[in-house]
Design a protein around this ligand. Structure first.
Ligand SMILES: [Ca+2]
Ligand SMILES: [Ca+2]
Ligand SMILES: [Ca+2]
Length: 266
């Protein structure tokens, strides 16, 4: 049996309207207005939809737990979640998403200070960054912040910084350690497809498995985007209270209009 409303697409519209998350605490007037509009019976096609996004510019760490707080780098160019080092982990938990298949994840990874890569260039490695989705390891590899040292991303023996966005190299600011100019920060755009399907709860963990402390070397994450393909067969939606609120708003607006009309007539 098909739902009268395409609930996953409504959730996507809510996310696009400024609401952060399925199952998350954030709503706003614009999102509720969209919910109200959609509840009037709009028919939308099924397809890939955003489930969660966060660029950390609004100060929210909704759905994140564990290590890492919002950081502003010396350049002030952006905000991100960090620092992750010496075994620190940031955990993103999404509940009530069983209506989504082919879930994808993309994010930006910042490498800062003196990450030592595979540890063969000087010492003090390996410095790994690892991502898991529920029980699956999506990546577990080393990064270096000197081009004359070596790292395992994208393949073993690569020069430090290989695979990063050259236009965004050194943008975060002077993360210079011991006065050396050989270190710089790098930005990697990472994405993973089909990391899970139709799970009620998805837990994504970002680990900074480095050998030294945060003030020596660290990772940061930014521009998190989780997407999924919405299906028509929708179990009890996590966002049902939102739609109920949307319907409630419609009722309130209608009552106020009727009252105003009555007052005008008198
Ligand atoms: Ca940001
Ligand atoms: Ca180091
Ligand atoms: Ca190290």
């Amino acid at each position: 049996m098909k739902s009268a409303f395409n609930i996953p697409r409504m959730l996507a519209a809510l996310a696009g309207a400024g609401g952060l998350v399925v199952g998350g605490p954030q709503t706003n007037a614009k999102a509720l207005a969209v919910a109200a509009t959609l509840c009037l019976g709009a028919t939308l096609p099924v397809g890939a939809a955003p489930i969660y996004s966060n660029d950390f510019e609004g100060g929210s760490t909704a759905n994140f737990s564990g290590d890492g707080t919002i950081q502003t780098p010396p350049s002030g160019v952006t905000h991100f979640l960090g620092y992750l080092a010496n075994g620190g982990a940031a955990v993103l938990t999404l509940n009530g998403i069983s209506a989504y298949s082919n879930i994808g994840l993309s994010f930006d990874l910042y490498t800062v200070r003196t990450l030592d890569g595979d540890g063969k260039g000087f010492c003090c490695g390996p410095d790994n960054f690892m991502v898991t989705a529920n029980a699956t390891t999506l990546m577990d590899t080393t990064f270096a912040t000197r081009p004359d040292w070596t790292q395992d991303y994208p393949v073993a023996g690569s020069a430090g910084g290989t695979g990063s966005d050259s236009l965004l190299t050194g943008q975060l600011g002077p993360y210079v350690f011991f006065g050396s100019e050989n270190y710089t920060d790098y930005t990697y755009h990472l994405s993973f497809t089909n990391i899970a399907s139709n799970v009620n709860t998805l837990t994504i963990t970002f680990f900074g498995n480095t050998t030294q402390s945060i003030d020596d070397e660290a990772f940061g994450i930014d521009n998190i985007l989780v997407t999924g393909t919405a299906t028509n067969e929708v179990p009890l939606p996590a966002a049902l209270p939102l739609f109920a609120t949307g319907l409630g708003l419609i009722g309130i607006i209608a009552r106020r209009r009727r009252r105003r009309k009555a007052e005008t007539v008198v």
